[in-house]
Design a protein around this ligand. Structure first.
Ligand SMILES: [Zn+2]
Length: 148
């Protein structure tokens, strides 16, 4: 960033204010001391997941993958099958024209896809999921189910 007045590169940020989708910075040029304001769009790289208790967290592929893997424990499911499912869910989530997605929507996507992949994994996932309707405590619950 250069000063719009003297084109010098040494700009000091004197104030930063963040809003929901942009950052406003008040800047001062170190040479000519003129001040100006810039606005930067915040890049939303991933969707925000809204959980059932209305708390929010960034969409995590790792978490999703983990819960699907647990559901597929000791099932004859190819690694590629799981990867493909995760990719499809990711694509579906990212294709939504909105910054947020409800946790239960993601769960439903997974359930629909697991159904075609493996019956038992599907039932495991669905039975835990139906009680929770939320992916947050899901891993623990699935793990316990599998230990029984
Ligand atoms: Zn300047």
């Amino acid at each position: 960033m250069n000063c719009p007045y003297c084109n010098l590169k040494d700009i000091k940020v004197i104030e930063s204010r963040e809003s929901s989708d942009s950052i406003r910075r008040r800047r001062e040029c170190l040479k000519c001391s003129k001040r100006f304001t810039t606005y930067e769009k915040i890049q939303i790289s991933s969707k925000i997941v809204i959980k059932n208790d209305f708390t929010k967290e960034p969409f995590s592929l790792d978490k999703l993958e983990k819960s699907v893997r647990i559901a597929c424990t000791k099932r004859p499911v190819e690694k590629e099958g799981i990867n493909k499912l995760i990719l499809e869910v990711e694509k579906e989530v990212n294709s939504l024209n909105q910054p947020t997605i409800e946790s239960k929507k993601i769960g439903e996507m997974v359930i629909n896809k697991l159904r075609t992949l493996d019956d038992v994994a599907y039932i495991r996932f669905a039975s835990v999921y139906k009680d929770f309707k939320d992916l947050s405590n899901f891993e623990n619950e699935l793990n316990q189910l599998l230990k029984k």
